[in-house]
Design a protein around this ligand. Structure first.
Ligand SMILES: Nc1nc2c(ncn2[C@@H]2O[C@H](COP(=O)(O)OP(=O)(O)OP(=O)(O)O)[C@@H](O)[C@H]2O)c(=O)[nH]1
Ligand SMILES: [Zn+2]
Length: 334
């Protein structure tokens, strides 16, 4: 890993650059190591530093700033990773993406759940349990709000055809991978692996959809990847509800979110979601101020676009899908 510079580096660096040696009195931490947060456990952070699993706490100077799985951090102190050692996180690099949730659909105070992930993998069974379109929509909203890509992972195709369910997402261009069980093997894993390799992916899904089955197939030595998990499949796998990052053998990370089954989306504004649909955002520039862009919004430019025929069938389908997502921000998962 290379040393990086961020704003705080620049701010604290003494102006007389050439004239080191380092003084003892400033807390600049320019000797800090760079780390990647792979787990959070009751105020302790599992941080990967140069391939070592280091346990760290937040330095007091970070105050109430949050540190979450996926964060790129600077650590000082004992970064040996030796048993009983404890390092300190002194800095969090500005996040590229931030997956957020509100406590519920009314509480607009959100918190970040995972940082810097590239895509949200929405794991849904095609049957047993029945797929929940509304929950998928809500995950899509969360992904787009986070500036992440979305990937549908439809499991149990041995029990039901993916076609009808998948069609709902065609206008949104959500990519999908489909898996099924044949005897003891899961077919379709290669496609899943291709979609995940080299990227940081957050997996989310309701209980019973086959998420653990997937994680175990993708990360055979999930235990060692984080250096602290003792039972990958059983209960008690993670006593906390926080996320954990597992290294993929071919590169990239899978972030499992055992406690995160749904998202409060109160913090997501129309414009946040609209930004993920460049074509619609362009049209909506003509909207009246404060337009909600919902079906009942007066003079919404999206309606004119459809009425004029300019949108075409595909544009119209996109508007309908976009509005469905907007509407599903509230009202829970069911
Ligand atoms: N028919 C079928 N069953 C599957 C498939 N994938 C997983 N299962 C079964 O579905 C059940 C649930 O799988 P898990 O991997 O435990 O599901 P999970 O989403 O991790 O659920 P929790 O562990 O409760 O969070 C298990 O009995 C699996 O064997 C599949 O592709 N087809
Ligand atoms: Zn509008």
């Amino acid at each position: 890993m290379t040393r990086h510079l961020d704003e705080s580096d620049i701010r604290i660096r003494p102006s007389r650059r050439g004239s080191r040696p380092r003084t003892k009195q400033r807390p600049a931490h320019d000797d800090a190591a760079r780390g990647f947060v792979v787990g959070v456990n009751r105020g302790r952070y599992d941080v990967l530093v140069d391939g070592r699993d280091v346990v760290a706490m937040k330095a007091r100077e970070l105050g109430r700033a949050s540190v979450v799985v996926g964060d790129d951090v600077a650590v000082v102190g004992d970064t040996s990773g030796a048993p009983g050692s404890l390092a300190r996180i002194v800095r969090v690099t500005p996040r590229r993406t931030a997956l957020r949730r509100s406590a519920d659909d009314i509480d607009a105070v959100e918190r970040v759940v995972v940082a810097n992930a590239d895509q949200l993998v929405i794991v849904t069974a095609l049957a047993d349990p029945e797929p929940r379109a509304r929950m998928v929509d809500r995950c899509l909203v969360a992904a787009y709000d986070a500036d992440m890509d979305a990937l549908l992972c439809l499991t149990k195709a041995d029990l039901a055809e993916p076609g009808p369910f998948l069609e709902q997402y065609t206008p949104l261009d959500v990519p999908a991978v489909v898996t099924r069980r044949e005897g003891e093997t899961i077919v379709g894993l290669d496609e899943v692996r291709d979609a995940l390799t080299g990227r940081t992916s957050v997996l989310i899904g309701h209980s019973g959809v086959g998420k653990s089955t997937l994680v175990n197939a993708l990360v055979p030595d999930a235990d060692r990847a984080v250096g602290r998990v003792n039972d990958v499949t059983g209960r008690g796998r993670h006593t906390s509800t926080s996320a954990v990052a597992l290294a993929l053998p071919g590169g990239g990370w899978v972030i499992d979110t055992p406690g995160v089954r749904s998202f409060g989306l109160a913090h997501v504004r129309e414009e946040d979601l609209l930004a993920a649909f460049a074509d619609l955002a362009e049209v909506a520039r003509e909207c009246p101020r404060g337009c909600t862009h919902l079906a009942d919004a007066p003079d919404c430019a999206l309606d004119d676009w459809i009425a004029s025929g300019e949108a075409g069938p595909r544009g119209e389908a996109r508007v309908v899908s976009f509005r469905r997502l907007l509407a599903h921000r509230s009202g829970g998962d069911e």
